[in-house]
Design a protein around this ligand. Structure first.
Ligand code: KMH
Ligand code: ZN
Length: 280
């Protein structure tokens, strides 16, 4: 069966990865944009973005996102920019939703929407239904397309409920985040099950966490999904060897795709595959 070209998302920063874990983590808007460019050159068509305060603290500051996205538009003009609305555990809805207020060149084309609460290591990633609905409402009002982040199986079902309430359109694009301690484990049967539950015509990406990242990428390629890799979810390119940036992980995925005869999508192909508006 011929699958569509592979959309590779690079998750460059995240909220949890630290400079103590890896010196290659980009922090400033300039560093993040330079890393985005390297990932574009390596084969990524989309970047999933978080931002950091200068001291490395996770942030959802609209101003930091504005600086970051405007610089990415200069360095890698065709990349699809997707902002987080998850932020870091413990953030309020207003804090999390700040990137949805961006306009003009800084406006993201996509943003994440996690559709349920989940254990997140020893923390709780808190997404009660009223909060999810509020973020979905703001995203829709801003004309930003959601990527539905599923850390557990019920989060797919919740997308149907949101669609019924007119808060999102189906089919949609889903991201299966697998291997977070306390949430759904990273295994083939999880991908197969989640895929079987998707609304007709939907697309999906798989983001494996930690050591599961590249094995899950390989499975996603094989099963017709798309792939997310990067330092947000994993800092190693092989056992004990730090990736020198998310770009090295993107390079690995391109090699895996080549080995499985799967083409890699350009950003404009990614827009078509993910049902995003064409670039102006
Ligand atoms: N940092 C996690 C608590 C997202 O970007 O939408 C949430 C997260 C998901 O990273
Ligand atoms: Zn994220």
């Amino acid at each position: 069966m011929a699958f569509s070209p592979l959309v590779i998302t690079a998750a460059l920063v995240g909220a949890e990865t630290t400079r103590e874990q890896t010196p290659y983590l980009p922090i400033s808007p300039e560093e993040i944009a330079q890393e985005a460019r390297r990932c574009r050159d390596a084969g990524a068509s989309m970047v999933h973005l978080h931002v950091r305060e200068p001291d490395g603290k996770p942030s959802q500051s609209a101003e930091l996102f504005r600086q970051t996205i405007e610089r990415i538009r200069e360095l890698a003009p065709d990349l699809v920019c997707q902002t987080s609305t998850g932020g870091a555990v413990g953030m309020s809805v207003d804090e999390r939703a700040q990137p949805l207020t961006l306009e003009g060149r800084a406006k993201p084309e996509m943003a994440t929407l996690t559709t349920g609460t989940v254990n997140f290591g020893d923390d709780v990633f808190w997404n009660p239904r009223p909060l999810v609905r509020e973020i979905a409402r703001r995203m829709r009002a801003a004309g930003i397309v959601p990527e539905i982040e599923c850390f557990d199986a019920g989060m797919v079902d919740e997308a149907f409920a949101l669609a019924k309430e007119g808060l999102l359109d189906l089919p949609a694009h889903f991201d299966f985040v697998l291997g977070v301690p306390g949430a759904l484990a990273a295994r083939r049967s999880a991908i197969e099950f989640l895929r079987s539950q998707l609304p007709e015509g939907s697309t999906f990406t798989v983001a494996g966490v930690g050591r599961h990242q590249l094995p899950m990428a390989e499975l996603a390629i094989e099963l017709g999904g798309n792939v997310r890799v990067g330092l947000e979810d994993n800092v190693y390119v092989s056992k004990g060897v730090l990736a020198k940036g998310s770009f090295e992980l993107v390079e690995r995925v391109v090699d895996l795709a080549r080995a499985k005869d799967r083409q890699v999508a350009t950003p404009d192909q990614a827009r078509q595959i993910l049902r995003l508006p064409a670039r102006a």
